[in-house]
Write a protein that binds this ligand. Structure first.
Ligand code: ATR
Length: 268
């Protein structure tokens, strides 16, 4: 049976095994998918052991996504742009790295939320690893503009320079003006119950506000956006969609995500 896993530290609460088990059942494929706890200083060793044991691939999560990009022998364009890898494929002892997070976000917005990105004003909050991973896939949808707002302006400016797209612009939170069609919170502020200090006028009734975080309760960002008229969404759909993209890469079958997303929602 083909074996896969998700590598992280910590990893105990990962939802990936349940998601991939559901995809495998749906596709009628026999495979195993477990969690794999790697020591903080032992990511590469862990990957080589998996390869030696015959694993076919692995997902990678916090804090190893950058180490995975450095370890991979080949990178997809979107993984190179992200500077981070969340999906590894092992073939003939070689390690191929991909990043499916951005495609997961885009597919969640387009197909689960049913909102087009082309021609829209899009705002990305944050300029860390989570934000960087989704910039290229968002740009590929040809928004009217993509504004990256961050607490540390210089980090957002560095990303604008790196991607070199005329559609991209950096901003401070407080200097944002006007309403956006799509607002994605890729800061880790929600983890601490914080809210990036963006103006309420960022949101209007046509806005889709998406937090990459998810949980039983809406985040403070989702509550703020909803209070100012936006339609809100958490990051569970993105999680399921990035897994679907990895499953398709590994198994050659694209899962139907709707039922799996509903199931994962019921398990929160
Ligand atoms: P991740 O991999 O989750 O993106 P990261 O690379 O550490 O984690 O990036 C965290 C992001 O959340 C950064 O954009 C950070 O802003 P700074 O670059 O100014 O540090 C942002 N962030 C974290 N806590 C925040 C808070 N309380 N308010 C606003 N932004 C915050």
């Amino acid at each position: 049976m083909d074996r896969y896993c998700v590598i992280g530290n910590p990893i105990g609460h990962s939802k990936s095994p349940a998601i991939h088990a559901a995809f495998a059942r749906q596709a009628g494929q026999a495979l195993s998918y477990e969690t794999c706890l790697a020591p903080l200083d032992g990511f590469a060793d862990t990957v080589h052991k998996l390869i030696d044991s015959g694993y076919r691939g692995a997902n990678v999560t916090v804090p190893f996504k950058i180490a995975a990009a450095e370890l991979a022998g080949t990178l997809t364009e979107r993984a190179r742009a992200a500077g981070a890898v969340n999906t590894l494929s092992f073939r003939d002892g070689r390690i191929a790295g991909d990043n499916t997070d951005g495609a997961g976000l885009v597919n969640d917005i387009l197909h689960n939320a049913g909102v087009a990105i082309a021609g829209k004003r899009v705002l990305l909050l944050g300029a860390g690893g989570a934000a960087r991973g989704v910039i290229l896939p968002l740009l590929e949808q040809a928004p009217a503009e993509l504004v990256i707002a961050n607490r540390t302006l210089a980090t957002a400016e560095a990303l604008v320079k790196q991607f070199g797209s005329p559609l991209l612009r950096a901003s401070e939170f407080q200097r944002l003006s006007g309403a956006f069609d799509i607002v994605v919170n890729a800061t880790s502020a929600s983890l601490a119950g914080d809210l990036p200090p963006i103006p309420p006028e960022t949101f209007c009734p046509e806005t889709l506000a998406l937090d990459m975080m998810y949980g039983k309760q809406p985040t403070v960002f989702m509550e703020f956006a909803a209070r100012h008229g936006a339609t809100v969404r958490d990051g569970l759909g993105m999680l399921v969609e990035q897994a679907a993209e990895a499953f398709a890469t590994w198994r050659g079958v694209r899962p139907d995500t709707a039922g799996v997303l509903l199931h994962m929602r019921s398990q929160l």
